[in-house]
Design a protein around this ligand. Structure first.
Ligand code: TYD
Ligand code: MG
Length: 451
């Protein structure tokens, strides 16, 4: 029933923007057929302004002690910035079936051996969650489970149980009884999250919220959600492969772009503490054309990854360009540089570039490795098997500076590499025992050195 004074509006289910009337196309994000009428509750009125907090001088503010506590899963803690902050709301997003429920049930199992943990499932029955917990060998005597989707009831349970940590699986199944739109819609997701944020801040409970990702790759029930929470983690990976990567997208209490790496096995997620070894598909003593190893840094951790390229002459039609794990446009740019500045005529070739292990490399420091992988496949020549390559490539074909060089090279030495090709502008300070260092100032020079 709609109360008097309750406003309604049309909300875009993609971007969350509000329009006063229905339109076929969202004026904000230009997607079609996404406006849905939703009822909005008026914000709660303050009972008395006198009870409001008074502003304090900065010097008078009592600093909260940053008392983080570990989840018991070091890879998870790394991504959170060193553990869980009390009273924070952490959103874990990812494709359906990627392993979000498994990850959080495992974390709840670890946390539930010490503190009270409440796991709220809106997607599976208690029996299903119980069976999964059995499969994961969870044995926590302070872990409580409940199936519930009504956010008001959940808050009542919070008050009764007073858990230290709670898990909401998933936010798209939660609903507020006063809002008429379906669970998963913008208003429902926003209202439920708002209630959870308030509770978390007030009572110091840490709440993990699971959220599904749409086909377009954003969290269903739009971006709005990301603004409301303290931390946003994405759980991603190739479903055909067993590796899973937990990535920080936003963190009010730590750095972003941190990675946690797991492997999905039949007994749940296993943490991978030495991921570099995992991403090296080839035997360390052999090498093929088109394969180059790059010491990349994701977050705070160096990661040795193999990049593979395959070029194939295409005599009919437009050449294909396919990439996995690196940016499509970046590869196009590097191919243009190779063509114009080095004279490698790749225009009529299909090009495929792949990062082994399903990891995504976002930093430009991998450019030179991509360039050499392409050149290696094009000329059908192999690089030395014990060489790593790192450097950013500019439009004039110059090889540009890369940060944290020493950490990258140390990781390479640890995994048995003997040579490194790095940007000439980098070399002044870098010296790593056991590594022969080559320098290049242009892509053309780099190609001279390696072939
Ligand atoms: P799930 O956590 O249900 O995914 P999400 O909550 O993100 O939708 O994980 C589902 C997949 O994980 C499923 O395809 C089976 C697989 N899995 C394992 O391989 N091993 C296990 O021990 C468990 C519990 C799941
Ligand atoms: Mg699930």
């Amino acid at each position: 029933m709609i109360n008097v004074g309750v406003k309604s509006g049309f909300f875009c289910q993609e971007c969350g923007s509000k329009s006063p009337r229905w339109m076929g196309k969202c004026p904000e994000c230009a997607s079609w057929n996404t406006l849905v009428e939703e009822i909005h509750l008026p914000p709660p009125k303050f009972k008395s302004y006198k009870k409001q907090q008074q502003p304090l001088l900065l010097a008078e503010v009592e600093l909260a002690k940053e008392e983080r506590y570990p989840t018991g899963m070091p890879e998870f803690d790394r991504v959170l910035g060193g553990g869980v902050v009390p009273g924070s709301l952490i959103l874990v997003g990812g494709d359906p079936g990627i392993g979000k429920s498994t990850l959080l049930l495992q974390a709840a199992g670890k946390l539930g051996t010490k503190d009270k943990v409440l796991y709220i499932s809106g997607e599976e029955s208690l029996a299903q969650v119980g069976m999964r917990a059995k499969r994961l060998h969870i044995n926590a005597d302070k872990l409580y489970l409940i199936c519930e989707t009504n956010i008001e009831t959940i808050l009542a349970h919070f008050e009764k149980t007073a858990p230290r940590v709670a898990v909401i699986d998933s936010i798209q199944t939660m609903f507020h009884p006063d809002i008429s739109s379906a669970p998963g819609s913008v208003s429902q997701v926003r209202e439920s999250t708002d209630k959870l944020v308030r509770y978390a801040k007030e009572c110091g409970t840490t709440i993990f919220v699971i959220g599904h990702v749409t086909k377009e790759g954003t969290l269903a029930g739009p971006r709005v959600l990301e603004h409301m929470v303290d931390t946003v983690l994405y759980f991603e990976g190739d479903k055909q492969q067993s590796f899973r990567i937990l990535r920080t997208v936003k963190n009010r209490f730590g750095s972003t772009n941190e990675l946690g790496i797991f492997e999905m096995q039949d007994r749940g997620l296993v943490e991978i503490t030495n991921p570099s070894a995992l991403f090296m598909a080839r035997h360390p003593l052999s090498s093929n054309p088109g394969s180059v190893v790059v010491p990349s840094i994701e977050g705070t951790r160096p990661l040795l990854v193999e990049i593979q390229a395959l070029l194939c002459a295409n005599s009919f039609g437009t050449p294909r360009r396919m990439t996995t794990g690196v940016d499509h446009n970046r590869v196009a740019l590097i191919m243009a540089v190779l063509e114009k500045r080095v004279g490698l005529n790749m225009g009529g070739h299909d090009a495929y570039v792949n990062v082994v292990g399903g990891v995504r490399l976002l930093e430009p420091a991998v450019d030179l490795a991509v360039a050499l992988a392409l050149a290696s496949s094009f000329r059908d020549l192999v690089l030395d098997h014990d060489l790593v390559v790192v450097g950013e490539v500019g439009l004039t074909g110059e090889v540009r500076l890369v940060n944290s060089m020493e950490r990258r090279l140390l990781e390479a030495v640890n995994l048995g590499f003997k040579k490194a090709l790095i940007p000439r502008v980098n070399t002044e300070k870098v010296q790593v025992a056991g590594l022969e260092i080559f320098m290049a100032s242009t892509v053309a020079e780099a190609i001279e050195i390696v072939f």
